[in-house]
Design a protein around this ligand. Structure first.
Ligand code: ADP
Ligand code: MG
Length: 731
């Protein structure tokens, strides 16, 4: 083992030269805490500073009217009377040249004049007092035999000129408040000089580097910050073609692929389960036929295929390990019934099943649907959620421990220590992206003697190749088809000023017997924002529509109240639900066929897609009305147009990614996956598949990365996921 303080991961950023406590705090806000984090704070673009113009160059440019960049010292300022009584500002700037060592030489008394017709607040002189060394840039004019630049771009350049400032392409970083790009540049230049960076351990195995023709980690970091051997395109924010960026992106994806596959392998390996038994669940065709004969609909082929996959896992057809399967299917594709049927199979085989949903509303809904669909088995099905009385919870837990509860549906309340199972054979997690990976595991741990099957469901629409890596620890089943008879949802974008007309339409809809969701971004009126809030909206609608037509539902209401309101809406007693994003995931009221989303511009595309998915669940043609601003900017319009034009979750997610970047999409908060620093899921899609293949290749030879040549790699993998995932690398 190396000593701890020698690796860039262990060096706090505030200990670096030029940083200190104050900047350290600023960096910390950006999630830059160690030297390594800093090294991965990549430039946004580059500036060409390879060549400084000397005086002869400036003269030439002055005659042809070209732009130059040069180095100089502001010797003195003068104010000159201009038109209309205003004064303009002139600076006499003596032109310098660099010597071979990068130090500035005087090239004689050659001046270029810098001119400002406007100089608000006298800022120029404050920022660049006489005597300042500067880099100037701009178009040279030859004015009355004097070379001048009007409104030059000016930057400070004091002290000896270092290579981090000159003589090449220099990085431009995203401005962080309190930290200029020049300061960041200097900090990075100094950081790259450190021994720990020069000797930074190479995580990727040498043969892989060779085969894929990837540069070393040190070279990549160095070159990405200070290009020496390649030429950035200053027009591009990112350099998709750059080998160094590719290497860093590949490394991230490779770490993820390795981790996921190692997790999968460790689940699948017998030794890891110790003495745990496997729940063998017999789920044959006849059982499926029996259980689905009373359903009010025919299963789609995709649903049947998903059940076949589950049945094969239950029977250990492929591998002697419990199921770890992800069912991915767009909103409304009918994932719940697949989960229910799997649970029935577990129950029939004398095992317990547990289903965890991210919200109480969803848990309630699953519970009442199960009762409706399977009244016989529902006798052994219970609900467990935080809002129940302590006494009820205790009773349910006792029944669960005794094995009298056969199917438990609940929220995170299922995860508490006091929840003990008797024969837990199947864990189902709905809307898996809402939970962290740790939680996904937490539930399975409760059973003492059995290693239960795991079925997770998500509507997060990510392309298959991506899902295979991101959820590489799970087997994947995709439900593509929507149930037969569904009609496309018509989506309209209207302006805020059309509210009055909208109100009339809503009234017509309810008179026709339709049910409507009206979604608002805020719960209560707020002084800081002029967004519409659901509470005052409810009062208006209640008056407008008449008594008991509308109901209010939001996350801050008491649980029992929420329950009641939602039940009334489900049963059709109330026609209009004035609500917030509490209904975003999973809510299923087939008779609701209109959804209006106020301030649609405030929601992410995937969120809008989820919200819209609340309608279009029955056979009636549904309608989604997005209320946008009166004069939307081009970005907002582009986003909302995507919704109008597409109902395809994959396409919308892709657009969302393009507009928002992947960090949020697969952000830690949403998916339990750590955000990437370098890799861009779409841009680097070609690396993703490669990363997965290469990970498989390495693990085939060294499944736990135990050999000495993979030591750095293993450390990197561990570090990568440290604190986020439970890794059982040692078995
Ligand atoms: P999601 O995949 O978003 O979780 P749900 O499981 O909530 O979707 O199903 C959406 C609606 O479609 C529910 O009302 C459900 O009863 C209904 N449904 C599910 N499967 C079918 C089917 N094969 N045919 C018709 N309706 C179905
Ligand atoms: Mg669902």
């Amino acid at each position: 083992m190396k000593s701890a303080e020698t690796s860039p991961w262990d060096i706090p950023v505030q200990f670096l030269k030029g940083v200190g406590d104050k900047l350290g705090k600023i960096f910390a806000k950006e999630d830059i805490k160690s030297l390594w984090d800093l090294l991965l704070f990549l430039p946004r673009s580059y500036e060409d500073r390879r060549k400084l113009a000397n005086f002869a160059d400036i003269q030439k440019a002055g005659l042809s009217g070209e732009s130059v960049m040069g180095l100089g010292v502001i010797e003195r300022y003068e104010r000159r009377p201009g038109m209309g009584g205003r004064k303009w500002l002139e600076a006499w700037c003596s032109v310098r040249e660099l010597d071979d060592t990068g130090h500035a030489l005087s090239s004689g008394p050659d001046y270029v004049k810098l001119v400002w017709f406007h100089d608000p607040g006298g800022m120029t002189q404050k920022r660049f007092p006489a005597g300042s060394g500067v880099i100037f840039r701009g178009k040279v004019q030859n004015f009355r035999a004097q070379f001048q630049i009007v409104h030059p771009e000016l930057k400070k350049s004091d002290g000896p000129l270092a290579t981090w400032e000159f003589g090449g392409w220099v990085p431009v970083y995203r401005e962080i408040s309190g930290l200029s790009t020049r300061v960041t540049r200097r900090i990075l230049a100094l950081a790259l000089e450190r021994d720990e960076v020069k000797k930074i351990p190479e995580a990727l195995p040498p043969d892989l580097l060779r085969r894929l023709n990837l540069p070393s980690i040190y070279e990549s970091l160095n070159e990405i910050h200070f290009p020496r051997t390649w030429e950035p395109n200053p027009q591009h924010e990112y350099q998709p073609e750059g080998a160094h960026l590719a290497r860093l992106a590949f490394e991230e994806l490779f770490m993820m692929a390795l981790t996921m596959q190692m997790r999968k392998n460790s689940w699948n390996s017998r030794e890891n389960r110790n003495s745990l038994k496997l729940p063998k669940i017999n789920f044959d065709e006849s059982l499926l036929a029996e259980k689905s004969k009373d359903l009010p609909f025919q299963l789609t082929d995709d649903q049947k295929n998903a059940l076949k996959d589950v049945a094969a896992d239950f029977a250990f057809k492929k591998i002697d390990a419990p199921m770890h399967r992800l069912i991915q299917g767009d909103v409304g594709s009918g994932k719940t019934i697949v989960a229910f049927l799997a649970a029935l199979a577990a129950m029939k085989n004398d095992y317990q099943a547990a289903m965890m949903a991210p919200t109480e509303i969803l848990a309630d809904q699953h519970f009442s649907n199960f009762q409706k669909l399977f009244p016989e088995e529902a006798k052994h099905c219970y609900l467990l959620k935080g809002a129940l009385t302590a006494k009820t919870k205790k009773t349910v837990r006792e029944l669960l421990a005794k094995g009298e509860v056969r199917f438990i549906i609940g929220t995170q309340a299922l995860l508490t220590e006091s929840t003990m199972f008797n024969r837990l054979g199947l864990v189902i997690i709905d809307e898996q992206h809402r939970f962290g990976v740790e939680q996904r595991l937490g539930l399975s741990k409760n059973s003492e003697e059995l290693s239960p099957h795991l079925l997770v469901m998500t509507a997060t629409p990510i392309p298959r190749s991506l899902a295979l890596t991101v959820y590489g620890d799970l087997d994947l089943t995709v439900i593509r088809q929507k149930p037969i008879g569904r009609q496309p949802i018509e989506t309209y974008l209207i302006k805020d000023r059309a509210q009055a007309k909208l109100r009339e339409r809503i009234k017509e809809f309810t008179d026709e017997g339709r049910q409507v969701y009206l979604v608002y971004p805020l719960v209560e009126e707020s002084e800081e924002s002029d967004l519409k809030d659901v509470t005052s909206a409810f009062q208006e609608w209640d008056q407008f529509l008449g008594k008991d037509k509308a109901a209010l539902l939001h996350g801050r209401m008491k649980s029992a109240e929420k329950d009641r309101v939602f039940q009334d809406f489900r049963s059709g007693k109330t026609r209009v639900l004035i609500t917030t994003t509490v209904i975003e995931v999973g809510v299923d009221v087939p008779n609701a066929s209109v959804i209006v989303i106020q301030h649609a511009e405030r929601f992410g595309l995937s969120q809008l897609h989820q919200l819209r998915g609340r309608v279009g669940r029955g056979s009636v043609k549904s309608l989604c009305i997005l209320v946008g601003p009166n004069s939307p900017g081009p970005m907002v319009l582009e986003r909302l147009e995507v919704m109008v034009q597409s109902e395809d979750g994959f396409r919308i997610a892709e657009k969302d990614l393009e507009i928002r970047g992947p960090g949020e999409f697969l952000g830690r908060r949403q998916s339990g996956m750590p955000g990437f620093r370098v890799a861009h899921i779409l841009r680097d899609a070609q690396h993703l598949e490669l990363a997965r293949q290469e990970a498989e290749r390495i693990l085939a030879v060294d499944p736990k990365l135990e050999t000495s040549q993979n030591r750095e790699l293993k450390e990197m993998v561990e570090r990568w996921w440290a604190g986020r995932l439970e890794l059982t690398l040692s078995g």
